[in-house]
Design a protein around this ligand. Structure first.
Ligand code: NAD
Ligand code: MG
Length: 405
């Protein structure tokens, strides 16, 4: 393999935590002379200030802001420095940016809003570095099949899936017995149920090991993040739910493991820094030399493990059930969770209400036959219709809970 990784790159969600880490990695690797990056498009949601600054630094061919009302502010901030950079805004423009010819697309929009642009990129056959786990949860098989059919690849960026992906890159990657997803346990790992009931958004976003966007931070606190990741792993690695386990590992050093049928377990380790799985997805099948933080196990001293507590963290069980039910249940679960997390961040419901809302949404939709596994028609359309229904049902539940507070 050559020493220089050269890529044309599009970043969907460049202003978020993963987007910023991606550009930081490019900056480091470019300085080292190990990567050459040409940015095709940068896409952000609402943060005009940061998006304009990124565009000035990286000179993409196109810069897109998802919120249409921010077109003019973006244009003004780029004024003068924006020569040669196309500016666009709105949902359609996000999809059009995802379709631009490129080698590598970082999919790092948060939530099911990332599905349509990620699918659009998949149709073009680019390598997709997938951070946006919600798009896999909503329509995993379709997304993977679309990429495959177009001659592209989906390389996981989620640290657990990157670990499993790497632990499967051996000549003897047959006879997998189990995938073991490690979980930090989040900020409430040792809290009582009673204390969790009164947890505030500030306490819930304060993750012990990772600095991430608000939504995934709350998912880590409820452990719905691990539930979403279980579904993500099932699709990515074509593994049934009963062969995927969750193990609490508070130090976040072992990022996940693959147990083979001969009793061997392979794992990938590293300091908790998302630039490592991003680098892996960027250079794959090569490795990217960059000044990565190195693992100092002697300094860490000990690694510990525990079973997750199903009483305080019911979200893992809810996700397992949705995955087993199949069809549109994971899409409904994801949308209900996005709705409930937004309500919790807005202080409209309590922390424990998040999982309760998701579970109740799935029960109500199941009861009226809204989660049919074999629904005919376009999968993206089905997933998005289910997404909207689940948001309505969860919205009603949230309103009821809010009124009762
Ligand atoms: P974030 O909230 O920090 O960033 C989200 C990005 O998406 C921002 O750029 C935002 O502007 C953009 N965005 C939001 N809504 C949009 C829309 N409708 N259209 C276009 N752009 C939109 O989130 P994050 O922590 O960077 O996470 C991004 C994704 O990566 C999530 O799916 C998350 O689960 C996954 N992920 C994140 C981490 C992490 O360490 N942050 C780790 C693993 C996986
Ligand atoms: Mg993860």
């Amino acid at each position: 393999m050559g020493a220089l990784t050269k890529r044309r790159v599009t970043i969907l969600g460049s202003t978020g935590s993963i987007g910023v880490s991606t550009l930081s990695l490019f900056d480091e690797a470019t300085r080292q002379g190990t990567a050459e990056v040409e940015i095709v498009a940068l896409v952000g949601g609402r943060n005009v200030e940061l998006l304009a600054e990124q565009a000035r630094t990286w000179r993409p061919a196109r810069v897109v802001i998802a919120d249409e009302s921010l077109y003019q502010p973006l244009k003004e901030r780029l004024n003068g420095a924006g020569e040669g950079i196309e500016i666009a805004a709105g949902t359609e423009a996000v999809i059009a940016a995802a379709e631009m010819p490129t080698d590598w697309v970082m999919s790092a929009i948060v939530g099911s809003a990332g599905l349509a642009p990620t699918l659009a990129a998949a149709r073009k056959g680019a390598v997709i570095a997938l951070a946006n786990k919600e798009s896999l949860v909503c329509a995993g098989p379709t997304l993977l099949e679309t990429a495959r059919a177009a001659g592209g690849h989906v390389i996981p960026v989620d640290s657990e899936h990157s670990a499993i992906f790497q632990s499967l890159q051996t000549a003897c990657a047959h006879r997998v017995a189990r995938l073991i997803l490690t979980a930090s346990g989040g900020p409430f790992r040792e809290w009582t149920l009673q204390d969790m009931a009164g947890a505030t958004p500030e306490q819930a976003v304060a993750h012990p090991n990772w600095s991430m966007g608000a939504k995934i931070s709350i998912d880590s606190a409820t452990m719905m993040n691990k539930g979403l990741e279980m579904i993500e792993a099932a699709y990515l690695f074509d593994t049934p739910p009963e062969r995927i386990d969750v193990l609490v590992h508070p130090q976040s050093i072992i990022h996940s493991m693959v147990e083979y049928e001969d009793g061997s377990t392979l794992a990938q380790l590293g300091p908790p820094d998302m630039r490592a799985p991003i680098a892996c997805a960027f250079a794959w099948p090569d490795r990217l030399p960059w000044p990565a933080p190195r693992l100092d196990l002697a300094a860490i001293g000990s690694l510990t493990f525990a079973e997750p507590d199903p009483i305080r963290f019911p979200a893992i069980g809810i996700a397992r059930q949705a995955l087993t039910a199949g069809g549109l249940a994971p899409a409904a679960m994801n949308a209900a969770n996005e709705t409930a997390v937004a309500a919790f961040l807005d202080r409209r419901i309590g922390f424990l209400d998040i999982a309760a809302t998701v579970s109740e949404t799935l029960e109500r939709m199941e009861a009226v036959g809204d989660l049919g596994a074999g629904a005919a028609g376009d999968i993206l359309e089905n997933a998005m219709t289910t997404d909207r229904s689940a948001r309505r049902v969860a919205g009603d539940i949230v309103a009821g809970l809010g009124a009762a507070r």
